[in-house]
Structures are given as structure tokens and as C-alpha cells.
Ligand binder design. Structure first.
Ligand code: G1P
Length: 290
């Protein structure tokens, strides 16, 4: 029985939708209240049993490496000032027993290419892929739900959710026998189809569990949608060789790759933040009455 201990975080994107905020700061470092998006994704992976974090980065992403590294000066100062609670927060960013590796994606050639960059580190094991700008909130995390399914099936699984028909151009769309089934073997998958050509209304959300066979298929994958090497296209090839499942997870997904989704997530997380919830609710109510 195989377990998922490695996760790839593709973080090389330019984040153009958030310029100028993302000129010198990676979009994955944008905070939702007080925690950067990438940390939510890492926490989700670690809680689901991942111990090796593989970040596929680009030249402007140094802040991510620094975030998951220790900061001696900051820690010493917090200790000196007796700020134990803050020290615990800072030291807890990367839990004991969890390691980080960084690989550079030299040019932005797409999600499939980014995943392929991690091949040498993943080697011959099944692995997870998490896209940090899909923030998913739920009692049991999305990746944990998928890992539970992986334990049963030992097969590749993509997270999906029902989307509006007019939004198919934003997602990988799966072809399944019935879009009401929570867990089903997929017959096909296509990247960002026009709505009239979309095989269903189930869009892929940024959580994948994949078998290592996908690497060889990525190597044979040509540029697809948007002129980029698409992970979706390699998964479509994988389907001819192995079972791949679509899983409609339980939880609320925020598309933090868009300004509106990012703001929605900020409000939702502030409204349940232990220190802020009460005051923020009042602030929000006052706003609504203005
Ligand atoms: C990527 C994938 C797409 C998936 C989406 C989920 O697209 O290529 O299949 O549906 O993430 O967020 P992107 O949003 O990077 O264009």
C-alpha cells in the first residue's frame, strides 16, 4: 500500500492579476488575514501526512523560501522580549519532521511543465499537487478527503466542483458518467473548453493526487491551451493506462487567483478569526449601513 508523503506546490506563476502587489512579492505570499496563501496549502498537505514539500519556484519567489526557513534574528528578538506566543507561531510555520525542496522553473511554460520540473525529487511515488490560490475551507481538509480515497483506490484523483456552465473556459473539465456522483472514474478531461464543448459542469480545483506515470506522459505532452504544457493533457493520456477518479470534495473553495475570490476569502476568514471575529463583524455591519 502506497502513501502520499510528497507534495508539489507550483509557485512560479507571475501573478499578473494582482499587480502591482505581486511585482516584487509572490502572489502565494498574499495574506488571508494574517497567514500567506502558501502556508494554508502547506498546512493542508502536512495535516494530510505529507512530509516532503517541493516548491517549483521562479526567480522572484525568494520570499517563499525565506518564509519556510528559520529567521534567527526575529526569533532571538521575540525570545528576548518574552513574546512566546509569537515565537511559537513563527517556529511552527514548518513543523518538525517536514522538509522543503526548491526547484526553479526557468520559464513560465504552464502547470504541466512545473509539475514535470519536480520529477527527480518525487521519483517513483504517488504525490499530491496543491495550487495555493485555491483556498479550501472545510471540517476535513480537501487533501485529507482525497488521501482517504487514495488509500482505498491507489489511483490518481482530481478534486472537482460544480461550476457554472459559462465558466468552463477557466477550468479543466472532466467527463464522467454522472455529475451528481461524489466519486467517479473519469472518461476524459479537457483543459478550458468552450461551454458548448464542455463534457460536464465539473471543474478541476487545485488539488491532485497523481501516480508517477504522469511524469513520462508530461514529457510527451505538447503545448496546449494558452500555449502552455497542461497537466490536464497529461492526465487525459494517463486515462488510457490507469483509472483516474474525480472527487467532489466537501468544503468551500475560494478562488484567490482573482481579486473577488481573494476578498471573499479574506472576509470569511476574518469572520472566524479568534481575535478578530467579533470586532470585524461589527465593522462589516457598520459598512453595510453606510
Ligand atoms: C489550473 C489548471 C486547471 C484547473 C485550475 C484550478 O488552471 O490548469 O485545469 O481547473 O488550475 O484552479 P489555472 O487556474 O492555473 O489557469
Amino acid at each position: 500500500m502506497k502513501r502520499i508523503t510528497k507534495a508539489i506546490f507550483p509557485v512560479a506563476g507571475l501573478g499578473t492579476r494582482f499587480l502591482p502587489a505581486t511585482k516584487a512579492n509572490p502572489k502565494e505570499m498574499l495574506p488571508i488575514v494574517d497567514k500567506p496563501l502558501i502556508q494554508y496549502a502547506v498546512e493542508e498537505a502536512v495535516a494530510a501526512g505529507v512530509t516532503e514539500l517541493i516548491f517549483v519556484t521562479s526567480s522572484s519567489k525568494r520570499a517563499i523560501e525565506d518564509h519556510f526557513d528559520s529567521n534567527f534574528e526575529l526569533e532571538a528578538t521575540l525570545e528576548e522580549r518574552g513574546k512566546q506566543d509569537l515565537l511559537d507561531i513563527v517556529k511552527g510555520i514548518l513543523p518538525e519532521g517536514v522538509s522543503c525542496a526548491y526547484i526553479r522553473q526557468k520559464s513560465p511554460q504552464g502547470l504541466g511543465h512545473a509539475v514535470l520540473c519536480a520529477k527527480q525529487l518525487v521519483m517513483n511515488e504517488p504525490f499530491a499537487v496543491l495550487l495555493a490560490d485555491d483556498l479550501i475551507d472545510g471540517d476535513k481538509s480537501c487533501l485529507q478527503q482525497m488521501v482517504d480515497k487514495f488509500v482505498e483506490t491507489q489511483s490518481s484523483i482530481v478534486a472537482v466542483q460544480q461550476i457554472h456552465r459559462d465558466e468552463t473556459k477557466k477550468y479543466g473539465i472532466v467527463d464522467v458518467p454522472s455529475s451528481t456522483e461524489i466519486f467517479s472514474a473519469i472518461r476524459g478531461i479537457v483543459e478550458k473548453p468552450d461551454s458548448e464543448k464542455a463534457p460536464s459542469n465539473l471543474g478541476v480545483v487545485g488539488r491532485y493526487i497523481l501516480t508517477p506515470r504522469v511524469f513520462a506522459l508530461l514529457e510527451q505532452t505538447n503545448k496546449g491551451s494558452g500555449g502552455e504544457i497542461q497537466l490536464t493533457d497529461a492526465i487525459a493520456k494517463l486515462l488510457f493506462e490507469e483509472q483516474v477518479y474525480a472527487y467532489q470534495f466537501t468544503g468551500k473553495r475560494y478562488d484567490c487567483g482573482t481579486k473577488l475570490g481573494y476578498l471573499e476569502a479574506t472576509i470569511a476568514y476574518a469572520l472566524k478569526h479568534p481575535e478578530l471575529a467579533h470586532d470585524f463583524k461589527r465593522t462589516l455591519q457598520a459598512f453595510m449601513h453606510d
